[in-house]
Ligand binder design. Structure first.
Ligand code: ARG
Length: 609
Protein backbone atom coordinates (compact mmCIF):
# COMPACT_ATOMS: atom_id res chain seq x y z
CA UNK A 1 0.00 0.00 0.00
CA UNK A 2 1.10 3.51 -0.69
CA UNK A 3 2.21 5.32 2.43
CA UNK A 4 -0.19 7.92 3.79
CA UNK A 5 2.51 10.52 3.55
CA UNK A 6 3.09 9.73 -0.13
CA UNK A 7 -0.61 9.96 -0.88
CA UNK A 8 -0.77 13.36 0.80
CA UNK A 9 2.30 14.46 -1.09
CA UNK A 10 0.77 13.28 -4.34
CA UNK A 11 -2.17 15.60 -3.74
CA UNK A 12 0.02 18.49 -2.67
CA UNK A 13 2.33 18.16 -5.65
CA UNK A 14 -0.55 18.18 -8.04
CA UNK A 15 -1.97 21.27 -6.39
CA UNK A 16 1.34 23.15 -6.42
CA UNK A 17 1.80 22.26 -10.03
CA UNK A 18 -1.75 23.26 -10.98
CA UNK A 19 -1.07 26.66 -9.42
CA UNK A 20 2.01 27.08 -11.57
CA UNK A 21 4.68 26.15 -9.03
CA UNK A 22 7.21 23.41 -9.15
CA UNK A 23 5.65 20.20 -7.85
CA UNK A 24 8.65 19.53 -5.62
CA UNK A 25 7.39 22.12 -3.12
CA UNK A 26 4.52 19.81 -2.28
CA UNK A 27 6.29 18.05 0.57
CA UNK A 28 4.33 16.91 3.60
CA UNK A 29 5.49 16.22 7.12
CA UNK A 30 3.86 14.96 10.25
CA UNK A 31 2.61 17.96 12.16
CA UNK A 32 4.60 19.14 15.13
CA UNK A 33 1.45 20.81 16.45
CA UNK A 34 -1.08 17.98 16.74
CA UNK A 35 -3.47 20.42 18.41
CA UNK A 36 -3.67 22.34 15.15
CA UNK A 37 -3.38 19.69 12.48
CA UNK A 38 -2.21 16.19 11.65
CA UNK A 39 0.03 16.84 8.68
CA UNK A 40 1.51 20.01 7.34
CA UNK A 41 3.25 21.37 4.28
CA UNK A 42 5.91 24.05 4.58
CA UNK A 43 6.58 24.27 0.84
CA UNK A 44 4.99 27.68 0.31
CA UNK A 45 7.72 29.30 2.37
CA UNK A 46 10.41 27.83 0.15
CA UNK A 47 8.47 28.57 -3.03
CA UNK A 48 8.02 32.19 -1.94
CA UNK A 49 11.73 32.85 -2.34
CA UNK A 50 11.90 31.31 -5.79
CA UNK A 51 8.76 32.97 -7.09
CA UNK A 52 9.14 36.28 -5.21
CA UNK A 53 5.68 36.11 -3.72
CA UNK A 54 4.31 36.16 -0.21
CA UNK A 55 4.26 32.66 1.27
CA UNK A 56 0.71 33.07 2.53
CA UNK A 57 -0.50 33.92 -0.97
CA UNK A 58 1.02 30.77 -2.39
CA UNK A 59 -0.34 28.68 0.50
CA UNK A 60 -3.81 30.13 0.01
CA UNK A 61 -3.72 29.40 -3.70
CA UNK A 62 -2.73 25.79 -3.09
CA UNK A 63 -5.38 25.38 -0.41
CA UNK A 64 -7.98 26.72 -2.80
CA UNK A 65 -6.88 24.14 -5.35
CA UNK A 66 -7.01 21.34 -2.77
CA UNK A 67 -10.44 22.11 -1.34
CA UNK A 68 -13.22 20.20 -2.95
CA UNK A 69 -11.23 16.96 -2.73
CA UNK A 70 -12.34 14.23 -0.37
CA UNK A 71 -9.05 13.53 1.31
CA UNK A 72 -8.92 16.30 3.90
CA UNK A 73 -11.39 17.43 6.50
CA UNK A 74 -9.22 20.46 7.09
CA UNK A 75 -7.00 22.23 4.65
CA UNK A 76 -5.98 25.66 5.78
CA UNK A 77 -3.37 28.29 4.99
CA UNK A 78 -2.00 29.99 8.10
CA UNK A 79 0.59 32.69 8.61
CA UNK A 80 3.28 32.98 7.56
CA UNK A 81 2.53 30.34 4.92
CA UNK A 82 1.95 26.94 6.47
CA UNK A 83 -0.61 24.59 5.04
CA UNK A 84 -2.34 22.72 7.86
CA UNK A 85 -4.00 19.44 7.05
CA UNK A 86 -6.34 17.01 8.71
CA UNK A 87 -7.34 13.77 7.03
CA UNK A 88 -11.00 13.16 6.43
CA UNK A 89 -12.53 10.47 8.65
CA UNK A 90 -13.74 8.52 5.66
CA UNK A 91 -10.40 8.56 3.90
CA UNK A 92 -8.65 7.36 7.05
CA UNK A 93 -11.18 4.58 7.60
CA UNK A 94 -10.80 3.41 3.99
CA UNK A 95 -7.05 3.33 4.39
CA UNK A 96 -7.24 1.23 7.55
CA UNK A 97 -9.78 -1.07 5.97
CA UNK A 98 -7.33 -1.82 3.20
CA UNK A 99 -4.70 -2.56 5.82
CA UNK A 100 -7.03 -4.87 7.72
CA UNK A 101 -8.01 -6.69 4.53
CA UNK A 102 -4.36 -7.44 3.93
CA UNK A 103 -4.16 -9.73 6.97
CA UNK A 104 -0.73 -11.04 6.14
CA UNK A 105 1.18 -7.82 5.56
CA UNK A 106 -1.12 -5.08 6.89
CA UNK A 107 -0.31 -2.89 3.94
CA UNK A 108 3.45 -3.14 4.15
CA UNK A 109 4.61 -3.54 0.55
CA UNK A 110 7.37 -5.94 -0.34
CA UNK A 111 10.40 -4.08 -1.63
CA UNK A 112 10.57 -3.81 -5.40
CA UNK A 113 14.14 -4.98 -5.67
CA UNK A 114 14.86 -7.66 -3.10
CA UNK A 115 18.50 -7.78 -2.14
CA UNK A 116 20.70 -10.43 -0.68
CA UNK A 117 21.87 -9.02 2.62
CA UNK A 118 24.48 -10.68 4.81
CA UNK A 119 24.05 -9.82 8.47
CA UNK A 120 27.13 -10.59 10.55
CA UNK A 121 26.07 -10.57 14.20
CA UNK A 122 26.33 -12.51 17.42
CA UNK A 123 30.08 -12.89 17.17
CA UNK A 124 30.42 -15.17 20.18
CA UNK A 125 33.85 -16.49 20.98
CA UNK A 126 33.89 -20.26 21.27
CA UNK A 127 34.83 -21.68 24.66
CA UNK A 128 34.59 -18.31 26.31
CA UNK A 129 31.37 -17.62 28.15
CA UNK A 130 28.74 -15.65 26.25
CA UNK A 131 28.68 -12.40 28.15
CA UNK A 132 26.51 -9.31 28.06
CA UNK A 133 28.74 -7.65 25.48
CA UNK A 134 27.51 -10.26 23.03
CA UNK A 135 23.91 -9.69 24.06
CA UNK A 136 23.59 -6.44 22.19
CA UNK A 137 25.00 -7.82 18.96
CA UNK A 138 22.60 -10.77 19.08
CA UNK A 139 19.53 -8.74 19.97
CA UNK A 140 20.13 -5.91 17.51
CA UNK A 141 21.31 -8.19 14.72
CA UNK A 142 18.34 -10.50 14.99
CA UNK A 143 16.05 -7.50 14.74
CA UNK A 144 17.86 -6.08 11.70
CA UNK A 145 17.57 -9.47 10.03
CA UNK A 146 13.86 -9.72 10.78
CA UNK A 147 13.29 -6.15 9.60
CA UNK A 148 14.89 -6.90 6.26
CA UNK A 149 12.92 -10.13 5.95
CA UNK A 150 9.70 -8.25 6.61
CA UNK A 151 10.59 -5.97 3.69
CA UNK A 152 11.10 -8.99 1.46
CA UNK A 153 14.87 -9.03 1.27
CA UNK A 154 16.86 -12.24 1.28
CA UNK A 155 18.55 -11.98 4.66
CA UNK A 156 21.38 -14.29 5.65
CA UNK A 157 22.39 -14.20 9.30
CA UNK A 158 25.86 -15.47 10.16
CA UNK A 159 27.02 -15.81 13.76
CA UNK A 160 30.66 -15.44 12.72
CA UNK A 161 32.15 -17.21 15.70
CA UNK A 162 35.51 -16.29 17.13
CA UNK A 163 36.66 -19.88 16.90
CA UNK A 164 40.30 -19.75 15.91
CA UNK A 165 41.94 -17.36 18.29
CA UNK A 166 44.33 -17.53 21.18
CA UNK A 167 41.71 -19.08 23.46
CA UNK A 168 42.22 -22.33 21.56
CA UNK A 169 45.97 -22.36 22.17
CA UNK A 170 45.41 -21.56 25.84
CA UNK A 171 42.99 -24.45 26.22
CA UNK A 172 45.30 -26.85 24.43
CA UNK A 173 48.26 -25.97 26.65
CA UNK A 174 46.22 -26.03 29.83
CA UNK A 175 44.95 -29.44 28.81
CA UNK A 176 48.53 -30.60 28.26
CA UNK A 177 49.44 -29.48 31.77
CA UNK A 178 46.46 -31.27 33.27
CA UNK A 179 46.40 -34.41 31.18
CA UNK A 180 49.83 -34.89 29.61
CA UNK A 181 49.10 -38.51 28.80
CA UNK A 182 46.40 -37.76 26.24
CA UNK A 183 47.33 -39.07 22.79
CA UNK A 184 47.10 -35.56 21.32
CA UNK A 185 50.31 -34.71 23.14
CA UNK A 186 52.22 -37.80 22.10
CA UNK A 187 54.05 -36.96 18.86
CA UNK A 188 54.62 -40.67 18.25
CA UNK A 189 50.92 -41.50 18.39
CA UNK A 190 49.66 -42.90 15.10
CA UNK A 191 46.23 -44.36 15.96
CA UNK A 192 42.85 -42.75 15.74
CA UNK A 193 42.03 -40.00 18.23
CA UNK A 194 39.23 -40.74 20.70
CA UNK A 195 35.67 -39.84 19.69
CA UNK A 196 34.97 -38.85 23.27
CA UNK A 197 35.98 -35.30 24.23
CA UNK A 198 38.79 -35.13 26.81
CA UNK A 199 36.65 -32.76 28.91
CA UNK A 200 33.04 -31.99 29.72
CA UNK A 201 31.39 -28.67 28.97
CA UNK A 202 31.65 -27.51 32.56
CA UNK A 203 35.32 -28.51 32.67
CA UNK A 204 35.88 -26.60 29.48
CA UNK A 205 34.19 -23.57 30.96
CA UNK A 206 36.62 -23.71 33.83
CA UNK A 207 39.73 -24.52 31.76
CA UNK A 208 39.66 -21.38 29.64
CA UNK A 209 39.47 -18.75 32.41
CA UNK A 210 42.08 -20.67 34.37
CA UNK A 211 44.46 -20.78 31.41
CA UNK A 212 43.82 -17.16 30.57
CA UNK A 213 44.71 -16.13 34.12
CA UNK A 214 47.81 -18.28 34.05
CA UNK A 215 49.02 -16.52 30.91
CA UNK A 216 48.58 -13.07 32.42
CA UNK A 217 50.34 -13.12 35.76
CA UNK A 218 50.13 -9.69 37.34
CA UNK A 219 53.22 -8.90 39.48
CA UNK A 220 51.65 -5.78 41.05
CA UNK A 221 48.78 -7.81 42.41
CA UNK A 222 51.08 -10.46 43.79
CA UNK A 223 53.28 -7.79 45.35
CA UNK A 224 50.26 -6.19 46.97
CA UNK A 225 49.41 -9.57 48.42
CA UNK A 226 52.87 -9.78 49.93
CA UNK A 227 54.48 -12.32 47.60
CA UNK A 228 58.26 -12.35 47.74
CA UNK A 229 60.19 -10.83 44.81
CA UNK A 230 61.85 -14.15 44.20
CA UNK A 231 58.51 -15.91 43.92
CA UNK A 232 57.14 -13.17 41.71
CA UNK A 233 60.08 -13.49 39.36
CA UNK A 234 59.51 -17.23 39.13
CA UNK A 235 55.77 -16.90 38.51
CA UNK A 236 56.32 -14.25 35.89
CA UNK A 237 58.70 -16.45 33.97
CA UNK A 238 56.28 -19.35 34.13
CA UNK A 239 53.41 -17.18 32.96
CA UNK A 240 55.44 -15.88 30.01
CA UNK A 241 56.48 -19.37 29.03
CA UNK A 242 52.89 -20.56 29.22
CA UNK A 243 51.66 -17.66 27.09
CA UNK A 244 54.34 -18.40 24.51
CA UNK A 245 53.31 -22.03 24.37
CA UNK A 246 49.70 -20.97 23.88
CA UNK A 247 50.66 -18.68 21.00
CA UNK A 248 52.62 -21.44 19.38
CA UNK A 249 49.80 -23.95 19.83
CA UNK A 250 47.37 -21.46 18.26
CA UNK A 251 49.70 -21.05 15.29
CA UNK A 252 50.08 -24.78 14.84
CA UNK A 253 46.32 -25.25 15.05
CA UNK A 254 45.85 -22.57 12.40
CA UNK A 255 48.42 -24.30 10.21
CA UNK A 256 46.41 -27.47 10.44
CA UNK A 257 48.39 -29.62 12.90
CA UNK A 258 46.20 -32.73 13.18
CA UNK A 259 46.27 -33.48 16.93
CA UNK A 260 45.30 -29.89 17.74
CA UNK A 261 42.62 -29.92 15.06
CA UNK A 262 41.20 -32.97 16.83
CA UNK A 263 41.09 -31.17 20.19
CA UNK A 264 39.64 -28.12 18.48
CA UNK A 265 36.80 -30.20 17.04
CA UNK A 266 35.90 -31.44 20.52
CA UNK A 267 35.88 -27.87 21.81
CA UNK A 268 33.68 -26.80 18.91
CA UNK A 269 31.17 -29.61 19.33
CA UNK A 270 30.57 -28.94 22.99
CA UNK A 271 30.71 -25.20 22.79
CA UNK A 272 28.58 -24.66 19.70
CA UNK A 273 25.79 -26.87 21.06
CA UNK A 274 25.82 -24.75 24.19
CA UNK A 275 25.84 -21.51 22.20
CA UNK A 276 22.88 -22.68 20.15
CA UNK A 277 20.99 -23.33 23.35
CA UNK A 278 21.80 -19.89 24.72
CA UNK A 279 20.98 -18.02 21.53
CA UNK A 280 17.80 -20.10 21.32
CA UNK A 281 16.73 -18.82 24.71
CA UNK A 282 17.08 -15.34 23.26
CA UNK A 283 15.09 -16.40 20.20
CA UNK A 284 18.08 -15.57 18.07
CA UNK A 285 18.53 -17.94 15.14
CA UNK A 286 21.35 -17.95 12.64
CA UNK A 287 21.25 -19.25 9.09
CA UNK A 288 24.98 -19.84 9.10
CA UNK A 289 27.22 -21.05 11.89
CA UNK A 290 30.47 -20.03 10.29
CA UNK A 291 33.45 -18.64 12.04
CA UNK A 292 36.94 -17.27 11.72
CA UNK A 293 38.25 -20.78 11.10
CA UNK A 294 36.31 -20.92 7.82
CA UNK A 295 38.28 -17.94 6.56
CA UNK A 296 41.58 -19.73 7.07
CA UNK A 297 41.81 -21.44 3.66
CA UNK A 298 41.60 -18.08 1.89
CA UNK A 299 44.25 -16.25 3.83
CA UNK A 300 47.46 -17.23 2.02
CA UNK A 301 45.96 -16.40 -1.35
CA UNK A 302 44.51 -13.13 -0.26
CA UNK A 303 47.80 -11.98 1.20
CA UNK A 304 49.55 -12.95 -2.01
CA UNK A 305 46.99 -11.02 -4.00
CA UNK A 306 47.42 -7.93 -1.83
CA UNK A 307 51.16 -8.14 -2.41
CA UNK A 308 50.87 -8.72 -6.14
CA UNK A 309 48.54 -5.76 -6.52
CA UNK A 310 51.13 -3.64 -4.75
CA UNK A 311 48.75 -2.86 -1.90
CA UNK A 312 50.50 -4.66 0.93
CA UNK A 313 54.00 -3.71 2.02
CA UNK A 314 56.37 -4.45 4.88
CA UNK A 315 56.40 -2.09 7.79
CA UNK A 316 58.38 -2.82 10.94
CA UNK A 317 58.33 -6.47 10.06
CA UNK A 318 54.55 -6.61 9.61
CA UNK A 319 52.64 -6.64 6.36
CA UNK A 320 50.27 -3.68 6.07
CA UNK A 321 47.87 -2.01 3.63
CA UNK A 322 47.34 1.75 3.59
CA UNK A 323 43.72 2.74 3.87
CA UNK A 324 43.89 6.46 4.71
CA UNK A 325 41.84 8.72 2.46
CA UNK A 326 42.26 12.43 2.00
CA UNK A 327 38.76 13.18 3.17
CA UNK A 328 39.35 11.52 6.55
CA UNK A 329 39.08 14.03 9.37
CA UNK A 330 42.09 12.41 11.03
CA UNK A 331 44.67 10.08 9.60
CA UNK A 332 43.73 6.42 9.88
CA UNK A 333 46.44 3.85 10.53
CA UNK A 334 47.17 1.17 7.93
CA UNK A 335 45.50 -2.22 8.21
CA UNK A 336 47.87 -4.93 9.45
CA UNK A 337 47.26 -8.14 7.54
CA UNK A 338 50.16 -10.20 8.88
CA UNK A 339 52.13 -9.79 12.08
CA UNK A 340 55.92 -9.94 12.21
CA UNK A 341 55.71 -13.49 13.61
CA UNK A 342 53.70 -14.54 10.57
CA UNK A 343 50.35 -14.83 12.40
CA UNK A 344 47.23 -13.70 10.61
CA UNK A 345 45.01 -11.22 12.40
CA UNK A 346 41.40 -10.32 13.08
CA UNK A 347 41.34 -8.13 9.96
CA UNK A 348 42.85 -10.85 7.80
CA UNK A 349 40.24 -13.34 8.86
CA UNK A 350 37.47 -10.83 8.14
CA UNK A 351 38.94 -10.35 4.66
CA UNK A 352 39.04 -14.11 4.15
CA UNK A 353 35.42 -14.31 5.26
CA UNK A 354 34.46 -11.67 2.70
CA UNK A 355 36.11 -13.69 -0.04
CA UNK A 356 34.19 -16.77 1.00
CA UNK A 357 30.90 -14.88 1.20
CA UNK A 358 31.48 -13.40 -2.25
CA UNK A 359 32.10 -16.88 -3.59
CA UNK A 360 29.10 -18.51 -1.88
CA UNK A 361 26.43 -15.81 -1.58
CA UNK A 362 27.37 -12.66 -3.53
CA UNK A 363 25.55 -10.37 -1.11
CA UNK A 364 24.43 -6.94 -2.37
CA UNK A 365 24.88 -5.58 1.12
CA UNK A 366 26.91 -6.51 4.17
CA UNK A 367 25.83 -5.39 7.61
CA UNK A 368 28.15 -6.00 10.55
CA UNK A 369 26.89 -5.54 14.06
CA UNK A 370 29.55 -5.19 16.73
CA UNK A 371 30.72 -2.96 19.56
CA UNK A 372 31.30 0.56 18.26
CA UNK A 373 34.88 0.38 19.52
CA UNK A 374 35.49 -1.90 16.54
CA UNK A 375 34.70 0.85 14.07
CA UNK A 376 38.30 1.39 12.96
CA UNK A 377 38.69 -2.34 12.37
CA UNK A 378 35.69 -2.41 10.06
CA UNK A 379 36.70 0.77 8.23
CA UNK A 380 40.06 -0.86 7.57
CA UNK A 381 38.54 -4.15 6.43
CA UNK A 382 35.99 -2.46 4.15
CA UNK A 383 38.59 -0.25 2.54
CA UNK A 384 41.06 -3.06 1.95
CA UNK A 385 38.28 -5.21 0.48
CA UNK A 386 37.34 -2.42 -1.92
CA UNK A 387 40.86 -1.46 -2.88
CA UNK A 388 41.75 -5.05 -3.61
CA UNK A 389 38.52 -5.69 -5.47
CA UNK A 390 37.49 -8.49 -3.10
CA UNK A 391 33.97 -7.09 -3.32
CA UNK A 392 32.23 -5.81 -6.42
CA UNK A 393 32.22 -1.98 -6.52
CA UNK A 394 28.43 -1.72 -6.18
CA UNK A 395 28.34 -3.74 -2.96
CA UNK A 396 27.40 -1.73 0.08
CA UNK A 397 29.21 -2.41 3.36
CA UNK A 398 27.78 -1.12 6.59
CA UNK A 399 28.93 -1.22 10.15
CA UNK A 400 26.35 -0.78 12.87
CA UNK A 401 28.31 -0.11 16.04
CA UNK A 402 26.57 -0.29 19.37
CA UNK A 403 27.35 1.30 22.71
CA UNK A 404 28.05 -0.31 26.05
CA UNK A 405 25.48 -1.77 28.36
CA UNK A 406 26.19 -0.14 31.70
CA UNK A 407 25.10 -0.87 35.24
CA UNK A 408 23.28 1.66 37.39
CA UNK A 409 26.68 3.03 38.44
CA UNK A 410 27.29 4.11 34.84
CA UNK A 411 30.13 1.61 34.41
CA UNK A 412 30.06 -1.48 32.16
CA UNK A 413 27.58 -3.97 33.56
CA UNK A 414 29.08 -6.47 35.99
CA UNK A 415 27.85 -9.08 38.42
CA UNK A 416 27.36 -8.12 42.03
CA UNK A 417 30.86 -9.31 42.90
CA UNK A 418 32.37 -7.38 40.00
CA UNK A 419 32.89 -10.29 37.60
CA UNK A 420 31.82 -10.66 34.02
CA UNK A 421 28.07 -11.25 33.89
CA UNK A 422 27.20 -14.35 31.96
CA UNK A 423 24.31 -14.04 29.62
CA UNK A 424 22.43 -17.03 30.99
CA UNK A 425 22.57 -15.62 34.51
CA UNK A 426 21.34 -12.32 33.27
CA UNK A 427 18.36 -13.98 31.58
CA UNK A 428 17.64 -16.00 34.73
CA UNK A 429 17.76 -12.87 36.88
CA UNK A 430 15.35 -10.95 34.73
CA UNK A 431 12.94 -13.90 34.48
CA UNK A 432 13.01 -14.28 38.23
CA UNK A 433 12.22 -10.60 38.71
CA UNK A 434 9.26 -10.84 36.33
CA UNK A 435 8.11 -14.04 38.03
CA UNK A 436 8.16 -12.33 41.43
CA UNK A 437 6.13 -9.46 40.07
CA UNK A 438 3.53 -11.77 38.54
CA UNK A 439 3.27 -13.77 41.76
CA UNK A 440 2.72 -10.59 43.79
CA UNK A 441 -0.91 -10.57 42.72
CA UNK A 442 -1.05 -14.37 42.56
CA UNK A 443 -3.91 -14.89 40.18
CA UNK A 444 -2.21 -17.65 38.20
CA UNK A 445 -0.53 -20.94 39.05
CA UNK A 446 3.18 -20.77 39.65
CA UNK A 447 3.68 -22.97 36.62
CA UNK A 448 1.89 -20.57 34.34
CA UNK A 449 3.66 -17.65 35.98
CA UNK A 450 6.98 -19.27 35.20
CA UNK A 451 6.13 -19.69 31.53
CA UNK A 452 4.76 -16.17 31.28
CA UNK A 453 7.81 -14.78 33.06
CA UNK A 454 10.05 -16.28 30.39
CA UNK A 455 8.10 -14.62 27.60
CA UNK A 456 7.80 -11.30 29.40
CA UNK A 457 11.39 -11.41 30.64
CA UNK A 458 12.69 -11.78 27.11
CA UNK A 459 10.57 -8.85 25.96
CA UNK A 460 11.85 -6.76 28.86
CA UNK A 461 15.45 -7.58 28.03
CA UNK A 462 15.19 -7.06 24.27
CA UNK A 463 12.98 -4.00 24.39
CA UNK A 464 15.20 -2.45 27.06
CA UNK A 465 18.05 -2.74 24.60
CA UNK A 466 16.32 -2.01 21.29
CA UNK A 467 14.42 1.04 22.49
CA UNK A 468 17.72 2.90 22.73
CA UNK A 469 19.54 4.21 19.72
CA UNK A 470 22.04 1.43 19.04
CA UNK A 471 25.15 3.61 19.10
CA UNK A 472 24.36 4.97 22.55
CA UNK A 473 25.40 3.44 25.85
CA UNK A 474 22.47 2.53 28.05
CA UNK A 475 21.85 1.59 31.62
CA UNK A 476 20.62 -1.91 32.29
CA UNK A 477 17.97 -1.36 34.91
CA UNK A 478 15.96 -4.50 35.65
CA UNK A 479 13.35 -2.70 37.72
CA UNK A 480 12.62 -0.24 34.96
CA UNK A 481 12.78 -2.83 32.17
CA UNK A 482 10.26 -5.16 33.79
CA UNK A 483 7.82 -2.42 34.76
CA UNK A 484 4.36 -2.80 33.24
CA UNK A 485 4.21 0.96 32.83
CA UNK A 486 6.25 3.33 30.72
CA UNK A 487 8.31 2.71 27.63
CA UNK A 488 9.00 -0.97 28.31
CA UNK A 489 8.52 -4.34 26.68
CA UNK A 490 6.08 -5.54 29.35
CA UNK A 491 3.93 -2.46 28.80
CA UNK A 492 3.63 -3.31 25.11
CA UNK A 493 2.80 -6.92 25.93
CA UNK A 494 0.31 -5.83 28.52
CA UNK A 495 -1.45 -3.75 25.88
CA UNK A 496 -1.62 -6.70 23.50
CA UNK A 497 -2.90 -8.99 26.24
CA UNK A 498 -5.54 -6.44 27.16
CA UNK A 499 -6.78 -6.34 23.58
CA UNK A 500 -6.79 -10.15 23.41
CA UNK A 501 -8.93 -10.27 26.50
CA UNK A 502 -11.45 -7.76 25.11
CA UNK A 503 -11.66 -9.71 21.86
CA UNK A 504 -12.22 -12.96 23.78
CA UNK A 505 -14.99 -11.43 25.85
CA UNK A 506 -16.59 -9.98 22.76
CA UNK A 507 -16.62 -13.42 21.19
CA UNK A 508 -18.03 -14.97 24.36
CA UNK A 509 -20.82 -12.42 24.27
CA UNK A 510 -21.63 -13.71 20.80
CA UNK A 511 -20.31 -10.66 19.00
CA UNK A 512 -20.37 -10.85 15.24
CA UNK A 513 -17.28 -12.34 13.73
CA UNK A 514 -16.76 -9.88 10.89
CA UNK A 515 -15.38 -6.74 12.47
CA UNK A 516 -15.54 -3.51 10.55
CA UNK A 517 -13.45 -0.43 10.20
CA UNK A 518 -15.62 2.66 10.56
CA UNK A 519 -14.78 6.35 10.46
CA UNK A 520 -13.68 7.57 13.91
CA UNK A 521 -16.24 9.22 16.14
CA UNK A 522 -13.90 10.77 18.68
CA UNK A 523 -10.56 12.52 18.79
CA UNK A 524 -9.02 9.62 20.67
CA UNK A 525 -10.24 7.12 18.14
CA UNK A 526 -8.90 9.19 15.31
CA UNK A 527 -5.52 9.56 16.99
CA UNK A 528 -5.32 5.78 17.27
CA UNK A 529 -6.27 5.36 13.63
CA UNK A 530 -3.75 7.92 12.47
CA UNK A 531 -1.03 6.09 14.35
CA UNK A 532 -1.99 2.76 12.86
CA UNK A 533 -1.93 4.25 9.37
CA UNK A 534 1.75 5.03 9.74
CA UNK A 535 2.76 1.39 10.12
CA UNK A 536 4.28 0.82 6.68
CA UNK A 537 6.09 4.14 6.77
CA UNK A 538 7.66 3.38 10.14
CA UNK A 539 8.79 -0.09 9.09
CA UNK A 540 10.36 1.08 5.84
CA UNK A 541 12.08 3.94 7.51
CA UNK A 542 13.38 1.93 10.46
CA UNK A 543 14.98 -0.57 8.11
CA UNK A 544 16.44 2.09 5.81
CA UNK A 545 18.10 3.65 8.83
CA UNK A 546 18.86 0.35 10.59
CA UNK A 547 17.09 1.83 13.58
CA UNK A 548 15.06 -0.66 15.65
CA UNK A 549 14.44 2.05 18.25
CA UNK A 550 12.10 3.71 15.78
CA UNK A 551 9.84 0.67 15.85
CA UNK A 552 9.91 0.72 19.65
CA UNK A 553 9.04 4.40 19.72
CA UNK A 554 6.18 3.73 17.33
CA UNK A 555 4.63 0.87 19.29
CA UNK A 556 5.02 2.80 22.51
CA UNK A 557 3.02 5.67 21.02
CA UNK A 558 0.56 3.23 19.49
CA UNK A 559 0.04 1.53 22.86
CA UNK A 560 -0.48 4.89 24.52
CA UNK A 561 -3.04 5.85 21.89
CA UNK A 562 -4.82 2.56 22.34
CA UNK A 563 -4.89 2.78 26.13
CA UNK A 564 -6.23 6.33 25.98
CA UNK A 565 -8.93 5.22 23.56
CA UNK A 566 -9.76 2.24 25.73
CA UNK A 567 -10.00 4.43 28.80
CA UNK A 568 -12.47 6.78 27.11
CA UNK A 569 -14.57 4.21 25.29
CA UNK A 570 -17.00 1.56 26.49
CA UNK A 571 -16.28 -1.16 24.02
CA UNK A 572 -18.00 -4.23 25.45
CA UNK A 573 -20.90 -2.25 26.86
CA UNK A 574 -21.60 -0.40 23.60
CA UNK A 575 -25.20 -0.99 22.59
CA UNK A 576 -24.99 0.15 19.01
CA UNK A 577 -23.83 -3.15 17.51
CA UNK A 578 -22.58 -1.55 14.32
CA UNK A 579 -20.47 0.88 16.28
CA UNK A 580 -19.22 -1.89 18.51
CA UNK A 581 -18.15 -3.95 15.52
CA UNK A 582 -16.20 -0.89 14.40
CA UNK A 583 -14.39 -0.70 17.73
CA UNK A 584 -13.61 -4.38 17.58
CA UNK A 585 -12.23 -4.05 14.06
CA UNK A 586 -10.05 -1.19 15.16
CA UNK A 587 -8.60 -2.85 18.21
CA UNK A 588 -7.99 -6.10 16.28
CA UNK A 589 -6.01 -4.14 13.77
CA UNK A 590 -4.13 -2.42 16.61
CA UNK A 591 -3.24 -5.82 17.96
CA UNK A 592 -2.14 -7.11 14.56
CA UNK A 593 0.14 -4.14 14.06
CA UNK A 594 1.63 -4.51 17.54
CA UNK A 595 2.17 -8.21 16.98
CA UNK A 596 3.91 -7.69 13.65
CA UNK A 597 6.17 -5.10 15.24
CA UNK A 598 7.18 -7.18 18.24
CA UNK A 599 7.81 -10.14 16.00
CA UNK A 600 10.29 -8.02 14.09
CA UNK A 601 11.82 -6.85 17.36
CA UNK A 602 12.28 -10.51 18.23
CA UNK A 603 9.78 -11.39 20.91
CA UNK A 604 6.17 -12.53 21.29
CA UNK A 605 3.20 -11.82 23.54
CA UNK A 606 1.78 -14.34 26.01
CA UNK A 607 -1.92 -15.23 26.09
CA UNK A 608 -2.36 -13.75 29.55
CA UNK A 609 -0.20 -11.96 32.04
N1 ARG B 1 34.15 -12.25 17.95
C1 ARG B 1 34.22 -10.82 17.90
C2 ARG B 1 34.24 -10.27 19.33
O1 ARG B 1 33.87 -10.94 20.27
C3 ARG B 1 33.05 -10.19 17.17
C4 ARG B 1 32.93 -10.56 15.71
C5 ARG B 1 32.30 -9.48 14.88
N2 ARG B 1 32.21 -9.83 13.48
C6 ARG B 1 33.20 -9.79 12.61
N3 ARG B 1 33.00 -10.18 11.37
N4 ARG B 1 34.39 -9.36 12.94
O2 ARG B 1 34.64 -9.13 19.51
Amino acid sequence: MKKILSIIEGELKQAFSACGYDASYGKAVLSNRPDLCEYQCNGAMAAAKAYRKKPIDIASQVVEELSGGSMFSLCQAVMPGFINLRLSEKFLADYLKEMADDQERLGLDLCLQPKTIMVDYGGANVAKPLHVGHLRSAVIGECIKRMGKAMGHHMIGDVHLGDFGLQMGLIIEELRDRKPDLPYFDPAFTGEYPKEAPFTLSELEEIYPCASKKSKFKPEEARAQGMSEEEIEKKEQASKAFAERAHLATRRLQEGYQPYRAIWKHIMNLSVADLKKNYGRLQVYFDLWKGESDAQPYIDDLIRELEEKGLAYESQGALVVDIAEESDPKELPPCIVRKSDGAALYATSDLGTIIEREKDYKPDTYIYIADKRQELHFTQVFRVARKAGFVRPEVSMKFLGFGTMNGKDGKPFKTRDGGVMRLENLIDDINQAVYDRIMENRTVSSEEAKKTAEIVGLAALKYGDLSNQAAKDYVFDVDRFISFEGNTGPYILYTIVRITSILNKYREQGGESSPKILPPSSEGEKALMLKISRYNDVMENAFAELAPHKICQYIYELSNDFNRFYHDTKILAEEDKEKQAGYIGLISLTKDVLNQCIHVLGFEAPERM
